[in-house]
Design a protein around this ligand. Structure first.
Ligand code: HEM
Ligand code: HEM
Length: 185
């Protein structure tokens, strides 16, 4: 199959290496999805268990996601993008904007969480292995501000942009049938 600068492999076509995201990009993508899922699910258990076990785990997984995103960001610049898929201009624009927003949000969310904890006078226990100390002076109103940012602003934005993103992926798969999903598998 000839490699063009932009093309649309059909569902029956075998994808070549240039059509797919690199193995590391695929691992980083699905690893972020998994870490996000775990971090979110832990919130449902916050009132069970001894003391703050589950909120501490939420914090440790959230910080792990931040570190994962730093590595993913570096990986983004050292690996090649797949050959672009044929798409209308507006669709390309929306997809780039949504991807960019998701990257930003996955950095901003854990940072807001860390600042909320630190200004509240708490450190972060990384799975009991070591402790990140609160690096700032306790300030209740600043802690409340970052709590609001974490819970009331960034979280709904993550939900919204993820819904648009997954909706878009399903649209490609079942309406446009352009095999976009296989690029990330
Ligand atoms: C991308 C990573 C993260 C996601 C998706 C996330 C998501 C959430 C969500 C959905 C809530 C509950 C909101 C509600 O009450 O309805 C929450 C609460 C909380 N998060 Fe995170 N979080 C992340 C990272 C962090 C980090 C890194 C920390 C701290 C180091 C943290 C600390 C907290 C705390 C202390 C609460 C409880 C706040 C409250 O009860 O008002 N989070 N988080
Ligand atoms: C079931 C859920 C998901 C599916 C099926 C999915 C599917 C995909 C696909 C097919 C691509 C590649 C698009 C292309 O080739 O142009 C992609 C890219 C991307 N996805 Fe997802 N995704 C899912 C969940 C998520 C979540 C939860 C996030 C983050 C909150 C996310 C963030 C991203 C980002 C940032 C990119 C762009 C990659 C880059 O430019 O490095 N995805 N996703």
């Amino acid at each position: 199959m000839p490699i063009e600068s932009s093309h649309s492999p059909s569902l029956n076509t075998q994808l070549t290496r240039k059509d797919k995201w690199s193995l590391s990009s695929r691992i980083f993508h699905w690893g972020s999805v998994l870490l996000l899922l775990i971090t979110w699910l832990l919130i449902f258990f916050r009132d069970s268990g001894e003391g703050y076990t589950f909120i501490n785990l939420h914090k440790a997984f959230g910080v792990s996601l931040l570190l994962w995103m730093v590595a993913r960001f570096i990986n983004r610049f050292v690996t090649r993008d797949p050959v672009p898929i044929a798409m209308s201009k507006w669709q390309k624009g929306v997809s780039h904007f949504v991807h960019f927003a998701l990257y930003l949000l996955l950095f901003a969310m854990p940072i807001a969480g860390i600042l909320m904890s630190m200004y509240g006078g708490h450190g972060v226990s990384m799975f009991g292995l070591f402790e990140i100390p609160p690096l700032v002076e306790t300030n209740r109103s600043t802690a409340r501000f970052f709590n609001d940012v974490h819970v009331d602003i960034l979280w709904p934005m993550i939900v919204l942009f993820t819904a648009i993103h997954v909706g878009g992926a399903l649209f490609h798969q079942f309406v446009q049938k352009d095999n976009l999903l296989a690029r990330m598998k």
